[in-house]
Unconditional design. Structure first.
Length: 497
């Protein structure tokens, strides 16, 4: 690779390709030429509709106005994921983007709540979480700027194809050049092994210094050309297929994603303005495609708008997400099932990391090694969080769930669960997108409760603690009296523009 990157070639125009092109063009500006190649004949994967709050940072860096974004991508607000039948059939809990209680120095709220619970105080942990209260009430309006106790972090559900087109327009306005055509050959330098150009089937050649492989599951550059290799995680996460189908929207739009566990997999329901996105993630060793279709279509609660589409996948990651002068972003870099809606975030994080560690100077190898170290860790932390949902189950209705409960999980996760169970303590890894509030909700939601709480929670007397909790509950619920219904907020926001 040359010491200075003058041209960046993005291969692929799905969500990953256009996010990469837009962000790189925005941040690097005229510092490098950005060119994107995509094939209309191949198209995009066309799923990926639920996000997590960092999408707001991306939109804000790109200067995207929220009302325009909501209208153009048919987006709705997402405050949480509601997990149904995961711990046990018939049970449900929310993983919200908020946090229960209030921040207290040295001792988190779940310790106080556990103490109260052990003394017979019968409130749900989620009663102290405004995101949860809004999910249940179907209400929403941004609350930031008031007291931090009312912070209500949110993300979006959106139509990913529309989001891609939106980012394409933005990228082209910033000078990104788009070439349509099917890449038939990847050329490499005989001495360094770096990729030098991609050649389209009609003979056009696009050369570059740095290549971002956003070619999706094909991994055109990272796997097919560079043979980087893939680390499989199917021994921990046995689902290997998804089936997706849109259905008619409901009269009222929920501000959360639903994740409904079934006998050998789970179903998502993502409410958009113009339709519901639905899908089933399942293990092909347990369900045939016909069985999956029957299960999915039988649980839509509204009319299907298309035939179900099967999408096979392989859970794991590319052994090096940056190899030579190719950085894999999006599905070419690896796959984690969409249980916690993390793939689009991983795209954003990969591009931001690349911009921090952008190749320059004589020692690109050191930058590349650091990039790969951070990417691997970030993927593994999300993987562990997803495994937790499957592993910490009490279901007895199928071998699928029993096997997952009994399997050996990665050491880091096993230690995390044990530490939490024994003491309520959680250690935050800097590269973990999921903070303590998220882990606590999923651990407790899946039925892992603390055996003991932190001694600092013994500060107030029993009566004081009860009073503090009941006040906190009232304060948390206070904004509800003024917040509009989610649909009303969407209509007003888009109409006001
Ligand atoms: P693609 O969309 O597949 O794009 C690949 C691009 O490469 C296309 O433009 C194609 O034309 C181009 N290309 C390939 N080969 C060639 C060639 N030879 N020549 C020219 N161009 C080529 N993520 C979330 O964050 N939330 C979710 O809720 C979510 N749900 C998902 C559900 C399922 C079932 C799956 C499978 C994924 C889900 N994801 C989700 C992940 C999300 O869909 C992807 O991360 C996202 O769409 C990015 O895909 P991509 O751009 O990497 O690949």
């Amino acid at each position: 690779m040359e010491e200075r990157v003058k041209s960046v070639v993005v291969v692929g125009g799905g969500t990953a390709g256009w996010m990469a092109a837009a962000l790189i063009a925005k941040v690097i500006g005229k510092g490098a030429r950005v060119e994107l190649v995509e094939s209309d004949a191949i198209g995009i994967i066309g799923v990926g509709e639920a996000t997590i709050p960092p999408i707001q940072t991306l939109n804000s860096v790109l200067g995207i106005d929220e009302a325009t974004f909501l209208r153009e991508t048919k987006a709705t607000v997402k405050l949480a994921i509601r997990f149904e039948n995961w711990g046990q059939q018939g049970e449900s809990y929310y993983h919200t983007f908020g946090a229960a209680g209030r921040n207290m120095a040295f001792c988190s709220f779940h310790h106080f709540w556990t103490r109260a619970r052990q003394r017979g105080h019968e409130t749900s942990y989620w009663d102290y979480d405004l995101n949860y209260l809004c999910c249940e009430a179907g209400q929403f309006a941004p609350t930031t700027g008031n007291d931090p106790i009312w912070d209500m972090p949110y993300a979006y559900h959106f139509d990913s194809a529309l989001y891609g087109q939106f980012l394409r327009r933005l990228s082209e306005q910033m000078g990104v050049r788009r070439t349509e055509g099917m890449i038939g050959e990847v050329r490499r330098c005989a001495t360094t092994g770096d990729v030098t150009s991609v050649v389209l089937q009609d003979g056009r050649e696009i050369a570059g210094d740095l290549f971002i492989d956003c070619s999706g599951q094909r991994g055109l550059l990272i796997q097919q050309a560079l043979r980087t290799g893939y680390e499989d995680w199917d021994h921990w996460l046995p689902c290997d297929r998804a089936m997706a189908v849109p259905s008619e929207p409901f009269a009222t739009t929920a501000p959360y994603t639903r994740s409904i566990a079934h006998g050998a997999g789970w179903q998502w329901r993502i409410p958009l303005q113009h339709r519901n996105g639905n899908g089933l993630v399942y293990s092909s060793r347990h369900y045939s495609d016909d069985q999956a279709a029957q299960l999915l279509l039988g649980n839509l609660d509204s009319k299907a708008l298309d035939e179900p589409r099967v999408i096979p996948f392989r859970t794991g990651r590319a052994r090096q997400q940056w190899n030579r002068n190719v950085v894999a972003v999006g599905l070419s870099s690896g796959f984690l099932e969409p249980l916690e809606s993390t793939s689009i975030y991983l795209i954003q994080s990969a591009i931001v990391r690349l911009l921090h560690l952008f190749p320059h100077g004589p020692d690109v190898a050191a930058l590349r090694a650091e990039y790969n170290r951070q990417s691997a860790r970030e993927y593994e932390l999300i993987r562990d969080f997803i495994i937790l949902h499957y592993h910490a189950n009490r279901r007895d209705d199928s071998a699928f769930w029993r096997d997952l409960r009994e399997m050996a999980v990665p050491d880091r996760l096993a230690q995390k669960i044990e530490l939490f169970r024994a003491s309520g303590a959680l250690v935050q890894d800097q590269l973990d997108i999921f903070m303590e509030a998220s882990w606590v909700q999923v651990l407790m939601g899946q039925g892992i409760l603390l055996q003991d709480y932190h001694p600092l929670a013994n500060g107030p007397s029993d009566a004081e603690l009860r009073q503090q909790l009941s006040q906190l509950r009232q304060v948390k619920a206070q904004p509800l009296s003024q917040l509009p219904a989610h649909d009303a907020w969407l209509a007003a926001k888009m109409g006001a523009h």
